[in-house]
Design a protein around this ligand. Structure first.
Ligand SMILES: *Cc1c(COP(=O)(O)O)cnc(C)c1O
Ligand SMILES: [Zn+2]
Length: 458
């Protein structure tokens, strides 16, 4: 197949349709200078349409499983849809994307679904889906540096995972990174990642929203480039989750996709990816989207209850799902637009619900982080209400690796999360090193009604 893509081009465009201002991608601009709205990366869709849906599918399929750079990345194997102008030598990749769609007959049956897949976006270089956006942002920064733009450092506010991804990709590119974290509010595993990668880590006595305010001010300084998801370059990478899912399903579209959300960039990205795949003829319908929030940080849920007619930020309370403890989401407008287009739903999960959902589904071989727990809790609740019907096909987006949240897993199995079913806690018992005593323990286990007896959870 000899497709040429010389005409492809992308720019920043204001998301406010009545404004529609555009900016070159090499400009340092995060919000529209005319109206203050967020920007999105806008592609020359007519140039993309010169390639048919069938040709795109064949091209992407021909790259899947390739050992050749840059098709070893799930972002850059779809580079024409992401940043068509970036050169091979500018790409900063750690093999992100291409994550597994976890499937289990037993788990599907457990939920009474036609099919259920868990998209393992957290099984990635730094352990969360944030890698998908950072590869794009850092590659564009390298492109800007090559074009003569002066950038001395990249910076972000983070609830943990963004900083790990930024620090790693910046280190790979050889660009200094500055990170603002809310003091005492991120897990140890998350904190030590940017420290190891040599970033300047600044702990602020505030919450994520407070860190966001500071980074916005700091990045007004010339030469410090903002890497939060209000910078829509991040969204372009995360967007590939959608075409990757349908490609893994042999270009079939699930009925529902459930995704946890905090700052609401990722749900907007997911929607953008599905829309692009449909517009370019790779798929012929859209799934419905469920955005799942922690009850302790639920401003979009509250807005959803009022049909999105109004939106008010909240003071986010502490939640085990610490990466989504956000009360004033930057991408709220984009997210509402996405949910309206996708006949979307917002569901919420309490601390007990997210912990139980995570632990119950771990018994099928998963190792869920608390954010994926929020999405799985939404699935339990929407199945119980019948909103998601028996026999439907569902994809749940898992956003981080459980290994980043050891404190959460320990707390659950030590029975320290109030309101959770004590039968689900898998308690470690010590035993004398004698065969008789050990056989007694094994007998008790095999005959028990414990959490590991799967009849209990079915
Ligand atoms: C960042 C993050 C989210 C939320 O994504 P948003 O784009 O902020 O909505 C969810 N889960 C994990 C693990 C994250 O790191
Ligand atoms: Zn504008």
């Amino acid at each position: 197949m000899s497709l040429t893509f010389t005409k492809l081009k992308a720019e920043f465009r204001c998301i406010n349709d009545s404004c529609g201002a555009t900016y070159d991608l090499n400009e340092v601009v995060y919000e529209c200078r005319k109206c203050g709205s967020l920007l999105q990366v806008s592609h020359d869709i007519n140039a993309l349409k010169e390639t048919s849906g069938k040709e795109w599918r064949e091209l992407f399929d021909s790259r899947l499983g390739s050992v050749k750079f840059p098709n070893t990345s799930g972002i850059w194997n779809k580079r024409e849809w992401v940043l068509p102008h970036v050169q091979d030598s500018e790409i900063v990749t750690s093999g992100e994307g291409l994550s597994h769609l976890f499937h289990s007959e037993r788990l599907t049956k457990h939920f009474g679904l036609g099919d259920l897949w868990i998209k393992q976006c957290g099984i990635s270089h730094t352990g969360s889906f944030k890698d998908l956006g950072m590869t794009v942002l850092l590659s564009q920064v390298k492109h800007m540096l090559n074009s003569g733009t002066k950038i001395r450092a990249v910076a972000c506010a983070s609830s943990g995972d963004t900083s790990a991804a930024l620090a790693s990709y910046a280190a790979k590119a050889g660009i200094p990174a500055i990170i603002f974290l809310p003091a005492g509010k991120v897990s140890q595993a998350q904190l030590i990642q940017p420290v190891s990668n040599g970033a300047k880590v600044i702990a602020l006595e505030t919450d994520f929203d407070g860190c966001m305010k500071i980074v916005k001010e700091v990045t007004k300084e010339a030469g410090i480039y903002l890497a939060n998801s209000m910078n829509s370059l991040r969204i372009e990478g995360q967007k590939t989750i959608a075409p990757e899912i349908v490609q893994q399903l042999e270009w079939n579209v699930p009925d529902w996709v459930i995704i946890p959300g905090g700052n609401l960039g990722n749900v907007s990205a997911l929607g953008a990816g599905f829309e692009m795949a449909k517009e370019l003829g790779l798929i012929d319908k859209l799934p419905r989207i469920v955005l799942a929030q922690a009850e302790n940080a639920n401003p979009l849920y509250l807005s959803y209850l009022k049909n999105f007619e109004e939106f008010s930020p909240v003071d986010a309370k502490p939640t085990l799902a610490s990466a989504i403890q956000i009360g004033n989401p930057v991408s709220v407008q984009k997210a509402i637009r996405t949910l309206k287009k996708f006949n979307g739903i917002v569901e919420q999960a309490s601390e007990a619900e997210l912990s139980e959902a995570s632990a119950k589904t771990d018994l099928f071989g998963l190792y869920n982080d608390p954010h994926t727990g929020v999405a799985l809790a939404a699935l339990y609740k929407l199945r119980a209400k019948g909103t998601i019907a028996k026999g439907e096909k569902v994809v749940v987006i898992s956003t981080a690796h459980g290994l980043k949240f050891t404190e959460f897993k320990l707390k659950f199995h030590e029975g320290k999360i109030p309101g959770t079913d004590p039968k689900l806690a898998n308690v470690i018992r010590s035993c004398k090193p004698e065969v008789g005593a050990v056989m007694d323990e094994i007998g008790k286990f095999l005959n028990s009604e414990s959490a590991l007896n799967l009849k209990d959870i079915l």
